[in-house]
Design a protein around this ligand. Structure first.
Ligand code: IPD
Ligand code: CA
Ligand code: CA
Length: 259
């Protein structure tokens, strides 16, 4: 299999980021998907297409799974699969014009090889993989120190907390507190930086795969709430945390979650 040129992928993400920044000067075309808070813009769609064109030009035999129309299902994770979320945090993009990311994960036979999370407005690209380590732009990051659930902050999905899905409130209350960003990419970045010790949400493959390829380098576990393998197929409840914290959270969900 042809090796992926990481520098070239970083250039593509930079181009995609420039495209998004330029688009902020123009009027957005905003559409609702499943409900009034599930938005997509023409820029989400055009950014996905920009990245797909580049991938297909250089790696024509690879598979692509992307959030927007035409690419959001895949037969299996066999072979090399590029997983794209062109704008993660579309609501933030529309309402705040910041706090959104471009995300790209590269998987081989279901194993995360490379991950890229680009916080466009902060100008910070988090990238790397098992053989490279994890970087923020050119700076190599150190693995965060481990801590227990009662010692750190959790990124949390607002709906899951508010509706106490599977006993979410008990898990949240056992931590030092929860934070809600509206952007899975920023939550993954918070894990990489050691700002948060875990992240609990309801995510699709393009929301978790790119970050998973990065947080696994630092030993984080990413699973369903009961510790099962993620499907890479559909939206599902998701927990990522350092091993000890992950165990604590999964045990708590199993006890109180009524599965
Ligand atoms: C959403 C964000 C959000 C998460 C949602 C995702 P999108 O992604 O990552 O934080 O809670 O589940 O769908 O739709 O803005 O790419
Ligand atoms: Ca997303
Ligand atoms: Ca998206």
């Amino acid at each position: 299999m042809q090796l992926v040129n990481v520098e070239e992928v970083k250039n593509w993400l930079n181009d995609a980021g420039e495209f998004i920044k330029t688009s902020l000067n123009n009027t957005l075309e905003i559409k609702e998907k499943s409900n009034r808070t599930d938005l997509v813009t023409n820029i989400d769609e055009e950014t996905q297409q920009l990245l797909i064109n580049k991938i297909q030009e250089v790696y024509p035999n690879d598979k692509i799974l992307g959030e927007e129309t035409g690419y959001n299902t895949i037969d299996s994770m066999s072979g090399r699969v590029w997983i794209i979320d062109p704008i993660d945090g579309t609501m933030n993009f529309v309402m705040e014009q910041e706090n959104f990311c471009i995300m790209l994960g590269i998987f081989e036979d279901g194993i995360g090889k490379l991950g890229f999370i680009y916080d466009v407005m902060a100008g910070e690209l988090y990238w790397g993989g098992k053989e490279l380590g994890v970087f923020r732009n050119d700076e190599k990051l150190q693995q965060p120190e481990s801590s227990k659930l009662n010692e750190g902050l959790l990124g949390f999905n607002a709906y899951m907390f508010g509706e106490n899905i599977h006993g979410s409130k008990e898990v949240a209350n056992a931590s030092m507190g929860i934070r809600v960003s509206g952007c899975a990419g920023l939550e993954m970045i918070a894990l990489l930086k050691g700002n948060h010790i875990g992240y609990i949400s309801n995510l699709a493959p393009w929301d978790y795969a790119p970050g998973m390829a990065l947080i696994e380098v630092f030993g984080f576990h990413a699973t369903t709430l009961t510790g099962g393998a993620l499907s890479f197929d559909e939206r599902e409840y998701f927990v990522a945390a350092q091993p000890e914290t992950h165990k604590e959270i999964v045990e708590m969900f199993k006890k109180t979650g009524n599965f």
